[in-house]
Structures are given as structure tokens and as C-alpha cells.
Write a protein of this length. Structure first.
Lengths: 351, 620
């Protein structure tokens, strides 16, 4: 936490992107989280990803629930739309917003309490429905705002700062998302921006339900010996299956790799996800195998990270519902209420 | 790269760009903070310790600190780049110094006491200019009997004779020279030293030569002799004005030369009746030796500066000067060969230009002159007639004779003279105590955490975005009429505070402790200038390209930690760090701390004598 506003001055070589903004223009207010919080690194990664994607800030809507994680949308994209909703209810508010205006880029920011405890039902359904969003779960395994009780994602056997050992089974949000039909599922670590930033970019470009579980150490309550969400523990047990290079178009690809060393996934919007294999046998296009792989490695105490699953031809909520291309909020009265003649026609069709 | 040894006195010193650039290494941010706090006496004393003449230098210093100031590297370029718009500018360090001098109360009680017991050593200083006065100030409180000789009746040297009163009022000189003479220094006024041999014969333990560069260079072109009555050497003329021997000048004056003396000649002429005064220089306007602000001040007073004109002939009618003929030249740069990039002034072939005038002031440089030092007295001179002087100890080939100021290495400026004075005083002290003058202890360095509370520092770490404030000027209608009316008024206290707040406190250093770092990236994320990176180690040239923002300024160091847990290192580019302390505020473990670096230069006295403990590198 800092009291001062970050000075406006910047490095002389600070670049502008295609839409004329510097990375600093994507910042928000000064963070009031604890010093060293992993969430601040995630905010910095979102800033970096949006800058690199040349996103116009007014085209982004960031929604969140309650908790340390859910405070963070105030600390990035200060010129974007924001909605701080009720605890665990971000998914339904976001679904509504997405239905009303399908043209915005939706960022759902949540935490382990917000998504895996009070909001687990909401989380399940937004994944199921395939709402086009980037769901970022800032996962630290504790309730930081209430002084560090275990959350539902805390691993069995991990120790709290007070020395209490957790006996409950953890909710694995990545497996959950895979089972529920999310079409872009990744896990990363707040302390590894090189992995995280491309994953966020790929998720934003993905036209469907994209979910990233980001292990984000709570420096105040969960960064000690015995914790499985500490900087040290995650670094020691991080098992990355691949490295993602995000390319906005196929033409933009400027680095060649040996055949077989990479998997290219073309997305709907023309972007290409190039995955540099770390585990050669890992196939991120196979959902069932992915689930198995994660379960197997989890049993060994490893934290599987990287882009775990992607469905290149994902469909979203609007496709499921067969809605019109024009955002609802742009439809006017004549289109929404076509009149008695149109109604008569519909009624006739049902007779 | 090897981990940075932050215990080396130079490492953090270099980060304080202003202090590093100052020949006397004045702790600039320290006194600027004191000014902001309204502690003018303390600010003055900090200055007085290191540069001896705060009031004088606050008006006349050549300010090597300002071009070095980090502020000018971190400000945004002005919007639209409109000419005259506030550009990226350094803190007005020099004029803040004057604020301390102007606003202080009586500080005489804080000056060193005149020692009751002398140490029996006698030191003669030739010339009573800034270099000699500094030697006297450093030695007298240590019990030395210092004798200053000067041909003039008042001490001050070129400060008094060459700097016009409208830039530096006489009271300021009297005050600050007086502080030194009040330390029990003997001043032999009007006693010019004519023979080194005779001086040495008087049995002084050491002699310091601070006689300046007293001879103005002449211009030997046709018409010089014939029109001699109306052609004067700039520094001699300025000195005659200072002492009241010259009170008038003709209406049309041409000043030849492009240094600060030339600018002073121009501006003095404007005040003594010169209506059409111009400066004409050989080189291009940009390459002129005068400081940019002195050129501006001259032009502000309606003095045009014409460039690329080489004087060819003084025209005259029966000994009455009518003007000067100039050849037009252009700058050409050697494309290759041994002197690649060297500038030559080549005639353009255009017809010569003639400028009419009634009087000419020649300010084309100064020379040293030592006609009074006998060739056989043991002091060696080089082929250019300069004494052979050790660059560090300032000792000549005769061990008990030392040189400093312009007399040592040719014309420089007051602040260099002061720096030489300090060093020569150390040498003389060591010499008189029977020690090796070459063995000089390094300066003392203090690093002190500025942490006061969780987010509280003992310095104002919020970065002000204000642009540099202009020093107010008196109306030209007043200043051009009277040569004694000072042009600059100086900052008032409120403006001084605002200008002081522009200082980035570069002496409050970011100190990193590797063992405490958990590599959470918090400092990387918060740093407004992208100074901090965590990456794998490498050679410096390679590392500089791999940081979060490229470290292109090779004059600025990289601060590199030892290897961290993940095998990476922390590398911080010192170049554009705002010293805002946000890294330390965001650091959860205190791996970053803001620590004030205070440098104590080794001055004459017990501190400069043999101690020199062996120093181990400080692990980070």
C-alpha cells in the first residue's frame, strides 16, 4: 500500500500503442492493498495486456464482487467502465451487461472467496453459459480481508499463519471450469508476468468463456512456511505445460520454431495462440485429457500452469441464444416492439 | 555484472548528479531541503562548509550542477514543443543557494572560532581571490598563520574586479570575504608579490599561488596600434570600472568574444552610456563559451550577438577608431582523418562586413602570467608557460609551493577555484604535519534510513510537477541607468519553496537488501519510471538492453544485486529514478529502503591526516 499517487512522470522511452496511449494511460487509482500483494502484479499484467492489445479503454467493462481481489479493478484501467457488485454476484451482473451490450470487452475480476465459496453457483453458470468474458480469479487461498482464514481453495494439509492445518478438500476452480464448459482455461502465477500477460491477451481475444486461475500470494496472511500459496512454494512446485505467445494475426508471427515444438491455435477473431510445448505430450485441445493431466499432477503436489485447454471454435452466450448482432442497448423501440402486425404474424405461426 | 558495492563512497555520490558535478561536491539536495523547511541559516552553513561563498556563488556560479540535474531528464518535453515554452529544465540550484544567503540571519556565531593557540606554521597565499581565500578558511581554524598578499586594496580577487556590480553587489563580497578575514587571517593589502624567491626567503612553511589568470588576451590585427586609445582589454576594463577609474563609454561599442567576460563587458557598456552595443563572435552562437543564461541576460538587455565573424582589421581615421572589418566564416567539420569531427572555421567567400563603432572591448580569452616567479627557484613550467602541478595534490615541483584556481590550470571559474583551495589546503596541512600529500583519505559517507513510519519518510517524497520558476528581474529602465543596481531580485520565500520542491532528493538513495527480497514484483509494478527489473544476470552492455526500460544513458550506473532465490538479480537503472520511495513503500519486507547519503569531503585538519582504514566491500 502506498499513500502517494504514482507520479505522472515516466521513462523517456515510454511507447505509445496503435491507439495512441502509453502503458501508463491504462493505470487506475493507487492501490490500497497490502505492500507486496500478488493482486497488484495481476493488475500490472492486465494493464500491460490491454496496452499491448491496443484496446481503447472505453471499450472495456470490468466487473467484480467483494474481497481484496474485487477491489483491484479500481487500480487498473481508470478510464474503463466498472461495476463493483454484490459478493459472489459478479457473474450474473456481468451476464446481464453482456446481454445488453455485446460489443464491450468484459473482464470479470474475482477471488477465491468470491468465486469458490459464496459465488460458486454463479461461477458455475457463467462458465456453463459461455458468456464471452475474461474471468480472472485472483487465488490466494485465504480470506485476506478478514485476517486470513482458509478459503475454499486452500489445499488440504496446508498450514495457516497461526499454525492451524486445513483438513477440508480444496475446490479446484480450473477443473471445475473445464467440466462446466469453459472454452479457454488457464492457470498462472502472479509472480510470473512473462507467462501471465500472454495468457490474459489470449483470453481477451477469445470469443467465449475464458477463465484464468491466478495463484496470487497473500503476503500478509499466506506467505509463510507450510502455505501452498506462497511465493516460494509456488515457485518450487510450478509445473508449466507450455508457454504462450500471443499473435494478433497470423501475419504478425515473427518467430519460427521447429515443427512439433509448437501448437498453433487460430481463434475466431483472427488471433493466433502459439503454444511452445514444455511437456511434449500435453494436448491443450483435448478437454478430457487435460482434466486427467491436472488431476494426476495435482495428486503429485504439482501446480499445473499454462494454457490448459482452448476450444478454437468456441461459441458464446449470444450464439446459444441466437440473439441479433446489434447490441440490445442499441435497439430502438421500433425494433423491440415491431407492432400488432408482427405480433399477429407470430401468433399465426403458433396456431 | 558483479553486485554493486554500495559502500564505495563514489557509488551513491554519482547518483546525486548535482553533487557529483560540483567541483566542491556541495550537498545540494541537503541544502535545498533545508531551504524548503525555511531553515535558511542551516542551508547557508551547509553551503559555506563546502563552497565558502554561498552568496557570491548563488549569483555568479557557472553552475555545473544544473546541466547535470536529474530533473531535466525526467520532465516531459513541453506540449507542442513551442519555442520558449518551459522546456525540460533542471532545478534552479544556483538561485536557491542565493535564497539561503539572502534570508539567513546572523550566522557569525556559527563560524569556526579563531584558535587561541596557533600551531606555529606560516602559510603565504599569493593573490586574495577565491582559491587563496578558501585555503585561508580551511587552514586558519586549524591554527595556521595564513598571510594573504594582493595587489588590490580589498580582498576578493576577480570576484571583486571582474564581476560587475549589477550581478554581484559589493556588500555580498564584503560580507563573505569578511567571514574569512575574520578567522585571524592576515591580509597584506596592496602588496603585490614581485618575486617568488623573496617570498620563499621569508621562511613560510608553505606557499599557495592563487594569482588567477590576470592577463587578457589581445588581438593583434591591423589598426590595433593606431586606434589603441579606443580599444581595451575586457578584463582590465571591467576591473577599471569596478574600481571607479572608468565611468563612461562611447555610444557605439563592439565587444569581441563570446565568453562570460564578453557578456559582462556588453552589459557594463549598456550601463555606462553605450546605446548601440553588440557582441561579435568568431564561432557559432551555440558554441560560444558563455553560459546560456548569460547570453540570455545580455540579449534581454537589447544586445545583439552576431556570430561567424572573424575580426580582420580595426578601421580608423587618424587614430580615431571608426569600426571593425570582419571576414564571414562558416563551420566545417572534418569528415575523417585524425581530427575527425574537429571544427574549422572556413571563409565563406562572401564580401567582408564592416561594423561601425567608437570603442572596442577585446574579451577573447585570458592567459596566465608568472613574470614574478624566477626560472631558477625550483618551480618547473611546461611548454605553454604553465606550472607543472599535480592534478590531485596541486603541489608544484617545489614541494612547499602549491597552485590553485586559474593559476593552476588556466581560466575556469570560482567554484573550481574553491575546489582547488580545499584540496591545496589538505596538501598543505599534510605537508606541514610531515605526511605524504599523495595519501589522501577518501571522503566520509553516511547512509541513514529515512523511514519514520509505515508510509512516512523524513523527506517530502511526493514529486512536484511544477516547471522551473523564473528568477524575477528588476525593470531594465532602472537597471540600465545605474551600474550598481542588481538586475536579479532573487526568489521570494514562497517561490523558493516551490522551486525547492522540484528537487527530486537524489541523495535519498534506494538501498536494496538481497536477503530480504521475496521477488513479489511490487517495486517493479509501482515504479513510475520503470527503473527496476528482475532478470538473469549478464554483461553490462547486454543487461542494459534487457531491462524493463532500456538503460541508454551510459553515464548512469546500474545498481545490481547479488543472485536472488530464483537465480535472477535485481537491476536498477539509476538514470531517471525519481527517488519517490514508492518501491520502498510497496516493499512488503523492507528489502528496499530509502537512505540519505551524506558525503563529508575531506578538508584540511585532523580528519585528512593518516587514518585511511582498509575498507571491505559492503555486501548487498
Amino acid at each position: 500500500m502506498t499513500y502517494l499517487t504514482k507520479p505522472k512522470l515516466h521513462h523517456p522511452t515510454l511507447q505509445k500503442n496503435k491507439v495512441g496511449y502509453t502503458r501508463r494511460d491504462y493505470e487506475g487509482k493507487i492501490s490500497t492493498l497490502c505492500a507486496g500483494c500478488g493482486h497488484d502484479s495481476i493488475s500490472a499484467s492486465i494493464i500491460q495486456a490491454c496496452w499491448e492489445l491496443d484496446i481503447q479503454p472505453h471499450r472495456v467493462a470490468k466487473l467484480s464482487g467483494i474481497g481484496c481481489s474485487s477491489k483491484t479493478p479500481d487500480y487498473f484501467l481508470g478510464n474503463s467502465h466498472g461495476f463493483n457488485s454484490v459478493h459472489g454476484r459478479m457473474p450474473s451482473v456481468l451476464t446481464g451487461a453482456n446481454l445488453a451490450n455485446r460489443e464491450l470487452i468484459y473482464l470479470g475480476v474475482s477471488g477465491d472467496g468470491d468465486s469458490a465459496s459464496i459465488g460458486i453457483g454463479q461461477f458455475a453458470h457463467i462458465m456453463r453459459r459461455g458468456v464471452n468474458l475474461t474471468y480472472i480469479l485472483e487465488n490466494n487461498g485465504v480470506y485476506g480481508l478478514t485476517k486470513g482464514q482458509f478459503s475454499a481453495t486452500a489445499d488440504a494439509g496446508s498450514k495457516s499463519k497461526r499454525g492451524v492445518v486445513n483438513r477440508d478438500a480444496p475446490v479446484d476452480t480450473v477443473s471445475l471450469a473445464l467440466q462446466l464448459g469453459a472454452t479457454y482455461v488457464a492457470r498462472s502465477f502472479s509472480g510470473d508476468k512473462k507467462q501471465l500477460v500472454p495468457l490474459i491477451k489470449g483470453a481477451i481475444a477469445h470469443q467465449g468463456a475464458a477463465f484464468i486461475d491466478i495463484v496470487s500470494p497473500c503476503v500478509a496472511f499466506n506467505n509463510h512456511e507450510g502455505s501452498t500459496k506462497s511465493y516460494d512454494y509456488v515457485r518450487e512446485h510450478n509445473d508449466s505445460v507450455n508457454r504462450l505467445d500471443f499473435w494478433p494475426t497470423r501475419d504478425a508471427i515473427s518467430i519460427d520454431y521447429q515443427a512439433g515444438a509448437v501448437i498453433d491455435v487460430a481463434q475466431h477473431d483472427g488471433s493466433v495462440l502459439r503454444l511452445r510445448k514444455i511437456h511434449p505430450e500435453y494436448d491443450p485441445l483435448d478437454r478430457v485429457k487435460a482434466l486427467n493431466y491436472i488431476a494426476e499432477h495435482q495428486a503429485k503436489g504439482e501446480l499445473v500452469t499454462g494454457l490448459l485447454y482452448v476450444h478454437p471454435d468456441a461459441e458464446d452466450l449470444h450464439a446459444h441464444l441466437n440473439t441479433v448482432d446489434t447490441p440490445f442497448n442499441q435497439l430502438n423501440a421500433r425494433e423491440l416492439c415491431p407492432g400488432a402486425a408482427a405480433l399477429a404474424k407470430i401468433n399465426a405461426a403458433l396456431r | 555484472m558483479k553486485p554493486t558495492d554500495i559502500g564505495a563512497p563514489d557509488y551513491f555520490h554519482k547518483v546525486v548528479d548535482c553533487q557529483w558535478a560540483c567541483p566542491a561536491h556541495t550537498p545540494v539536495p541537503e541544502y535545498i531541503r533545508l531551504i524548503a523547511a525555511g531553515r535558511y541559516d542551516d542551508a547557508y552553513m551547509v553551503n559555506w562548509q563546502s563552497n565558502v561563498f554561498p552568496g557570491i556563488l548563488g549569483r555568479t556560479c557557472d553552475r555545473p550542477c544544473e546541466p547535470a540535474c536529474r530533473r531535466s531528464r525526467v520532465e516531459d518535453a513541453p506540449a507542442g514543443g513551442a519555442p520558449g515554452a518551459a522546456a525540460k529544465e533542471p532545478v534552479a540550484i544556483c538561485r536557491l543557494k542565493r535564497v539561503a544567503a539572502d534570508n539567513k540571519a546572523d550566522i557569525r556565531a556559527r563560524l569556526p572560532a579563531v584558535p587561541k593557540k596557533k600551531n606555529g606554521k606560516r602559510v603565504a597565499c599569493v593573490g586574495a581571490g577565491p582559491a587563496s581565500l578558501t585555503v585561508a578558511r580551511d587552514l586558519a581554524p586549524n591554527g595556521y598563520h595564513v598571510v594573504l598578499y594582493d595587489g588590490d586594496l580589498k580582498a576578493g580577487g576577480m570576484i571583486r574586479s571582474q564581476i560587475p556590480r549589477f550581478r554581484l553587489p559589493e556588500e555580498v563580497i564584503d560580507e563573505e570575504v569578511g567571514y574569512i578575514l575574520g578567522l585571524g587571517v592576515e591580509f597584506r593589502a596592496g602588496k603585490r608579490v614581485d618575486s617568488m624567491k623573496a617570498l620563499l626567503a621569508e621562511g613560510y612553511d608553505a606557499v599557495f599561488v592563487g594569482s588567477g589568470a590576470p592577463r587578457g588576451r589581445d588581438l593583434d590585427i591591423p589598426g590595433r596600434k593606431e586606434a589603441a586609445k579606443h580599444i581595451h582589454i575586457g578584463i582590465d576594463w571591467l576591473s577599471s570600472v569596478s574600481f571607479g577609474h572608468v565611468t563612461k563609454v562611447s555610444k557605439r561599442v563592439i565587444v569581441l568574444g563570446g565568453g562570460n567576460t564578453a557578456m559582462d563587458c556588453c552589459r557594463t557598456s549598456r550601463r555606462l552610456g553605450g546605446e548601440d552595443v553588440k557582441a561579435i563572435v568568431r564561432s557559432g552562437f551555440e558554441e560560444m563559451k558563455a553560459s546560456p543564461w548569460e547570453k540570455e541576460d545580455a540579449m534581454h538587455e537589447g544586445i545583439p550577438i552576431l556570430n561567424y565573424l572573424v575580426p580582420k582589421e580595426f578601421t580608423h581615421v587618424k587614430g580615431k577608431l571608426t569600426g571593425i572589418t570582419f571576414e564571414k566564416v562558416a563551420a566545417q567539420y572534418d569528415a575523417d582523418g585524425p581530427n575527425r569531427g574537429r571544427r574549422r572555421l572556413m571563409p565563406t567567400g562572401e564580401p567582408d562586413q564592416h561594423f561601425e563603432c567608437d570603442e572596442v572591448l577585446v574579451a577573447v580569452g585570458q592567459e596566465n602570467a608568472f613574470p614574478w616567479i624566477e626560472k631558477d627557484c625550483g618551480i618547473a613550467f611546461d611548454q605553454w608557460g604553465m606550472p607543472v602541478v599535480d592534478k590531485i595534490t596541486l603541489q608544484s615541483t617545489l614541494p612547499r609551493v602549491y597552485f590553485g584556481g586559474d593559476a593552476a590550470f588556466g581560466p575556469k571559474n570560482i567554484i573550481w577555484a574553491v575546489a582547488h583551495g580545499h584540496e591545496a589546503a589538505v596538501s598543505i596541512d599534510k605537508f606541514c604535519q610531515g605526511e605524504d600529500v599523495a595519501k589522501r583519505p577518501p571522503p566520509m559517507v553516511h547512509l541513514l534510513s529515512q523511514k519514520m513510519g509505515i508510509h512516512e519518510w523524513s523527506y517530502d517524497n511526493e514529486v512536484a510537477l511544477d516547471r522551473r520558476y523564473k528568477v524575477p528581474w528588476r525593470d531594465p529602465s532602472q537597471t540600465l541607468k545605474n551600474i550598481k543596481v542588481e538586475v536579479e531580485i532573487g526568489f521570494d520565500r514562497a517561490t523558493a519553496f516551490k522551486e525547492a520542491e522540484r528537487c527530486l532528493n537524489c541523495d535519498v538513495q534506494t538501498v536494496f537488501t538481497t536477503t530480504k527480497c521475496i521477488e513479489c514484483d511490487a517495486c517493479v509494478d509501482i515504479c513510475p519510471m520503470d527503473c527496476i527489473s528482475f532478470t538473469v544476470n549478464g554483461e553490462e552492455a547486454d543487461l542494459r538492453t534487457r531491462l524493463n526500460a532500456p538503460a541508454q544513458n551510459l553515464t548512469q550506473d546500474l545498481y545490481v544485486s547479488s543472485t536472488l532465490k530464483t537465480g535472477r538479480i535485481m537491476a536498477k537503472d539509476e538514470d531517471v529514478c525519481l527517488h519517490c520511495g514508492l518501491c520502498a513503500e510497496r516493499c512488503p519486507t523492507g528489502a528496499w529502503d530509502m537512505q540519505k547519503f551524506l558525503l563529508q569531503m575531506t578538508h584540511a585538519g585532523p580528519g585528512c591526516r593518516s587514518r585511511a582504514p582498509k575498507r571491505e566491500p559492503v555486501a548487498v
